[in-house]
Ligand binder design. Structure first.
Ligand code: M6R
Length: 363
């Protein structure tokens, strides 16, 4: 059932092109029709996203999408915090929960609180018939298929896909995006599966990632740095490494480095930068310089032809260039593979890491 792969995680990483296209086609009609069951789109004045773990990181990217394409003020909370912080909820708040399993106790509690307070709840979920889908006012499914590995991969990239589509729907319905911009962005999304496919199977960059993992699997710590839409990808890369390889890793927005974390840098601490095309690329380049000046080792996820990043980095992983807003969906793939190979080199049980369960059904 692992279809020839050594672990489910590797199989699921490789299933991402298909999972993303299934998610686009499965939701195409819903998004182009411009309606969400049980929710009056014109009433929404603010959005609160609630989720845990990797799904929370998807929510952080979702905030960029929703605010940028639909102008609706959006907050993102850990469900475990939200449920105890007495959030300000009004009838014009839409609460969006993101949960692969639909059974995460904290996320369900956050949804119930939101409903009690009179807000509408939309869930982005991967499991048909799960508790979240039964309790929400409206559901948008990710079509990732069953995810067996505890470390979430294809669920994450399909969550990003849904959040991107949702933000386009909201943007068009609210007059922020005109139809041609809506269509153009949707087309760009449809190119993403092919780009990931080419990264995995044509360019064979996986071999490059594996070699870098072999250099670093004995590290004790690692930093992951990104900015703008790729800041949450830095957090996600660090979480992947922590949960399956038990190496201490921290994800940070790269601009925060000089406010503290840069003190950690020395020749033994690798920094993984997400440095692909986009409006903050130059800023990232200066952050790489700051790390190099302190003798840190730099691994960069970048696009072919970005000279400054090449020259400054010790190791480079090339991903195909895509629209900046869609780049998180592509950029996370090498970080998943990097964590995978490190855990495998260390001989750990990749699919069943210690202390963790696939779905966290207790508080
Ligand atoms: O099923 P959910 O999306 O609600 O699960 C949330 C987290 O428990 C989950 O994403 C967890 O962080 C993963 N193990 C990360 O790989």
């Amino acid at each position: 059932e692992k279809a020839g792969y050594k672990h489910f995680m590797l199989k699921e990483i490789n299933e991402q092109p298909r999972a993303i296209s299934d998610t686009v086609s499965g939701n195409y009609k819903l998004i182009t029709d411009g309606k969400l069951d049980g929710i009056d789109l014109n009433k929404i004045r603010r959005i609160q996203i609630v989720a845990c773990g990797t799904s929370y990181h998807a929510g952080l990217v979702g905030k960029f999408y929703i605010e940028n394409f639909s102008n609706i003020p959006t907050e993102v909370d850990y469900a475990s915090e939200y449920r105890y912080r007495n959030p300000v909820l009004t009838e014009d708040t839409l609460v969006v929960s993101i949960t692969q399993s639909g059974e995460t106790a904290d996320t369900l509690a956050a949804m119930r609180l939101a409903k009690e307070k009179g807000a509408k709840v939309l869930t982005v979920c991967n499991v048909i018939g799960s508790t979240a889908t039964r309790e929400a006012d409206s559901v948008i499914y990710t079509y990732a298929g069953p995810e067996i590995s505890v470390a979430s991969t294809k669920a994450f990239t399909t969550q990003l896909t849904v959040l991107f589509m949702l933000s386009l729907l909201l943007g068009r319905e609210r007059g922020v995006l005109d139809s041609s911009e809506f269509d153009r962005r949707l087309k760009l999304l449809m190119e993403v599966p092919g780009k990931i496919e080419s990264f995995l199977n044509v360019e064979r960059e996986e071999e490059v990632v594996k070699k870098i993992a072999l250099e670093f699997y004995r590290s004790k710590d690692a930093l992951y740095l990104g900015r703008h839409v790729n800041y949450p990808i830095a957090l996600e890369g660090a979480l992947k490494l922590k949960e399956i390889s038990y190496i201490h890793a921290e994800g940070y927005p790269a601009g925060e480095m000089k406010h503290g974390p840069i003190a950690l840098i020395d020749e033994n601490v690798p920094s993984v930068f997400v440095a692909t095309e986009g409006k903050v690329l130059e800023k990232i380049v200066s952050n790489i310089e700051e790390v190099k000046a302190r003798k840190g080792k730099v691994i960069s996820v970048t696009n072919p032809g970005i000279k400054e990043v090449y020259e400054l980095s010790d190791y480079v992983i090339n991903v195909p260039e895509v629209d900046e807003f869609l780049s998180p969906i592509v950029n996370v793939v090498p970080l998943q593979l990097f964590a995978y190979y490190i855990a495998d080199f260390l001989g750990y049980d990749v699919d069943q890491p210690r202390n963790l369960a696939k779905s966290v059904t207790v508080e």
